[in-house]
Design a protein around this ligand. Sequence first.
Ligand SMILES: NC(=O)C1=CN([C@@H]2O[C@H](COP(=O)(O)OP(=O)(O)OC[C@H]3O[C@@H](n4cnc5c(N)ncnc54)[C@H](O)[C@@H]3O)[C@@H](O)[C@H]2O)C=CC1
Ligand SMILES: O=C(CO)COP(=O)(O)O
Length: 344
Amino acid sequence: MPQGKKADFQIGVLGGGSWGTALAMLLADKGYPVRLWVHEPEVAMEIREYRENRTYLPGIMLPENLVATQDMEEALKGKDLVLFVVPSHVMRETARRAAAMISEKSILVTASKGIENVTHKTMTGILKEEILQIPEEKMAVLSGPSFAREVGEKRPTVVTVASKAASNARKVQEIFASPVFRVYTSDDVMGVEVGGAMKNVIAIAAGVADGMGLGLNTRAALITRGLAEIRRLGVAMGANPHTFSGLSGVGDLMLTCTGALSRNHTVGQLLGQGKSLDEILKEMRMVAEGVKSARSVYNLSAKLGVELPICNEVYRVLYEGSTPREAGERLMNRTLKQEFHDLV
Ligand SMILES: NC(=O)C1=CN([C@@H]2O[C@H](COP(=O)(O)OP(=O)(O)OC[C@H]3O[C@@H](n4cnc5c(N)ncnc54)[C@H](O)[C@@H]3O)[C@@H](O)[C@H]2O)C=CC1
Ligand SMILES: O=C(CO)COP(=O)(O)O
């Protein structure tokens, strides 16, 4: 899109956490006028006053054409594209509130990663139910290995955008792509969303193992068998199995299970070191999506009859008082199997 045209393409971002801020900055750096809706007044103030989100993305200076607001209508009215980046547990209430203010011309993109408790809807599933004037073909999901801080620091990052309509995926690809942010397209919305949500649960498991000091063999095993679980549930939910070999599958899984910046891995590590979930969450302002998604995935496993031993052990440690040691022993003592027993 030529520079002049970019100034006419209005973007609203809902969610001023680390990822919403980093993506709003990426888009503003490309020349789009961006309104960032922020939940907390003090965060909106920090961005306006210091050009920095000191709470969620400290140390990253934000451009002038990124304007923080607490007025949701200002972030939505007349926008050509609206990006939803709130934590998954507030996606429905945010989408419901936003629905009446979203212009019919808007493209909707979500970059949040989670599966809603109780309904088991993915993020686009929620948007479809709550924002009825926008057809599914104008919705997309952006996902892949992308720590907000590294995007804020303009380190080369590669992600996937999935939409039911190839033309919409290409449009969103063009809008987000930059010399430091490469974007691939996909038509597998379900696969990209399931990969993004489940890798957080496996990252908790990898963190637990690291916190217990179990070693690199254990971590590699959890990543590989975790990927098998992601693929198994994803396929049961209608995804294309190839998606899990891509950026939103193994790419994001590897990043989150091994990267020190991961909040999910950190939660796991602290559990592995003996802290309780309550203690960990009390000290954490940021969201670790795997904690809530573990519940959805556990229930989906039972509902769809899909075997997810690692995810289910994460659930038991988080919610049923199981110790990491007991969980590890149960995993190692399962019936012996052929490696690809679910594919033969
Ligand atoms: N931070 C990262 O590196 C990445 C995050 N994501 C995903 O982006 C989504 C958002 O996460 P982050 O930006 O990391 O959040 P964060 O952990 O940095 O910040 C929490 C956010 O939740 C918001 N919030 C809390 N209560 C709220 C409410 N009732 N209504 C609206 N907003 C509320 C806060 O204002 C803040 O924006 C998550 O689904 C996460 O998995 C995806 C890729 C990278
Ligand atoms: O999704 C992410 C990177 O792609 C961020 O992971 P965490 O939420 O675990 O920090």
